[in-house]
Design a binder for this molecule. Sequence first.
Ligand code: CDP
Length: 241
Amino acid sequence: MKKNGLIIAIDGPAAVGKSTLAKLIARELNFLYVDTGAIYRAITWKVLKNSININNENTISDLVSDTCITIERVNNNSLKNYNHIFIDGENVTEEIRDPKIDRNVSQIARLPKIRKQLIHLQRKLAEKGNIIMEGRDIGSVILPKADIKLYFTASEEERIKRRYTELIGKGYRVDYEEVKKQIVQRDEIDSKRKYAPLVKAKDAFVIDSTKKSIEDVKDEILKIIREYKKSRGKQIENNTI
Ligand code: CDP
């Protein structure tokens, strides 16, 4: 892949804090940020809107072929509203966070045909470099040559609490046990699917954010990036790159 800038891949389970940290780092470094989960969520939104059975791989695949997804950076500094995602020109940024999408997205994301169709779009978005892309299979399948790979973890309890608080904060009337069930179920489907499961790439750094502040995790990641840039500088000097 021809590129001019750094490529950072972040993977990890549901509600682990990938998006928050990826956005913070992208803002700090002035990088592009791509949340690939939003792409699967947008497809799910369209599938549900068209009342298509979530197990019908061929019909969903036709729908994906006939769909245009675009991501646009919003021109302000807020982390909440960082990118907007459009599907066939319709802005679905807010709607794709609805718990109804949580309940269905992993069923669709496990379908190999659909995942394969979305590879090109994801690689194209990363092509120019200076990008942070996050999801489940970024370091392993989408961008296996990424310069820096990070794999996020946090205890299940903490992840459930974070997502519950987030949804309540957005005004959704959700039940803690229901949020728990969805997260456990999604992780199970995402990590057990045959094609491109959630996995830590061999060369990924593990970032455990349990009981750490956002600032601490951010510093940990910026340190990894600094060290990488330093070592790459040396490789360039020694002509080994
Ligand atoms: O934000 P959260 O951690 O809840 O999930 P997300 O990143 O928005 O992803 C939603 C769902 O999309 C995941 O549970 C996966 O089923 C699917 N996904 C995937 O399969 N591969 C990706 N690269 C990104 C998301």
